[in-house]
Design a protein around this ligand. Structure first.
Ligand SMILES: C[S@@+](CC[C@H](N)C(=O)[O-])C[C@H]1O[C@@H](n2cnc3c(N)ncnc32)[C@H](O)[C@@H]1O
Length: 215
C-alpha cells in the first residue's frame, strides 16, 4: 500500500481505514504474519506493543504464546474485531486495544517487544517518525521488529512512492540503530508469489528488520 501520486483531497486516517475495514466483515486471513512467527518464536515472552494491529491476528498470536500485548490502530472498526477475536481465542485478559493515530502518538512506557508489521497506508503517513517512536518504546534488552513491503504488485492501482517501501537496512540506518549500540539483523525475503486480477504472477519481497536494544 502507498499513497497515490496524484493530488488527493485531505484524507483522515481514521475515516479512511474505518471505511477500508467496513468493506468486509473480515479483511485479513486471521493468521499471524510469517515473519513474526519466524523472528519472535525464540524470544522469551514479556510485554509487547503491536503498531497498526488491524484485526489483531499478530497480537493474538503473541498473547497465545504468553505475551501481554497492547495493539494500537487508528481504525475503531478493526479494533472492535480484534477485541472480539481475542475473546474467542481466550486471550482477552492478555490483550489491550488502543485507538490512536500513530502520526500523533508518542509512547508513554516501554515494552520488551515492539512490532510494526506492514505498517503502510494508502494516504500520507509519517512512517519513519512513527518507527522512531516505536524504537524509543523498546525497553533495554528488548526487541524491535519492523516488517514491510519492499516491492509492490505491478498491477496495483496504487502508485506508491518508492520511499514508502524501504529495504530493512535503510530503515535501520534511518533510525540510527547500529550507532546507538543495537544489534541489528536485516533481511529481504522474496516470500510470496502474488496473483494479479488477470492471473499474472509477481514475486513480492518483504523487508524484515529485527533489532535488539542494548541491555
Ligand atoms: C496494511 S495494514 C496492516 C495490518 C496488520 N499489521 C497486518 O499485517 O495484517 C495497516 C494498518 O495500519 C493501520 N494504520 C494506518 N494508518 C495509521 C495511523 N495513522 N495510525 C494508526 N494506525 C494506522 C491501519 O488501520 C491498518 O490496520
Amino acid at each position: 500500500m502507498g499513497r497515490h501520486s496524484e493530488a488527493q483531497p485531505e484524507q483522515r486516517p481514521a475515516e479512511t481505514w474505518d471505511q477500508f475495514y467496513s468493506e468486509s466483515t473480515r479483511i485479513w486471513s486471521g493468521n499471524p504474519n510469517s515473519a513474526l512467527v519466524s523472528q519472535v518464536a525464540e524470544l522469551s515472552p514479556g510485554t509487547a506493543l503491536e503498531l497498526g494491529c488491524g484485526e489483531g491476528a499478530d497480537a493474538i498470536w503473541l498473547a497465545e504464546r504468553g505475551w501481554q500485548v497492547t495493539g494500537i490502530d487508528v481504525s475503531g472498526v478493526a479494533l472492535e474485531r480484534a477485541a472480539e477475536h481475542a475473546l474467542s481465542a481466550g486471550v482477552a485478559e492478555s490483550t489491550d486495544w488502543e485507538r490512536h493515530d500513530l502520526a500523533l502518538w508518542q509512547p508513554s512506557r516501554s515494552y520488551d517487544l515492539v512490532t510494526a508489521l506492514f505498517l503502510h497506508s494508502m494516504i500520507d503517513f509519517p512512517r519513519e517518525p512513527i518507527l522512531r517512536a516505536a524504537a524509543a518504546a523498546v525497553a533495554p534488552g528488548g526487541s524491535l521488529l519492523v516488517v514491510g513491503h519492499e516491492s509492490f504488485p505491478p498491477w496495483s492501482e496504487h502508485r506508491p512512492d518508492a520511499s514508502d517501501f524501504p529495504p530493512a537496512e535503510n530503515v535501520a540506518e534511518a533510525l540510527g540503530l547500529a550507532g546507538a549500540g543495537w544489534r541489528v539483523h536485516t533481511a529481504s525475503v522474496p516470500g510470496r508469489v502474488a496473483t494479479g486480477p488477470e492471473g499474472q504472477a509477481a514475486q513480492l519481497t518483504d523487508s524484515v528488520l529485527l533489532a535488539r536494544r542494548p541491555a
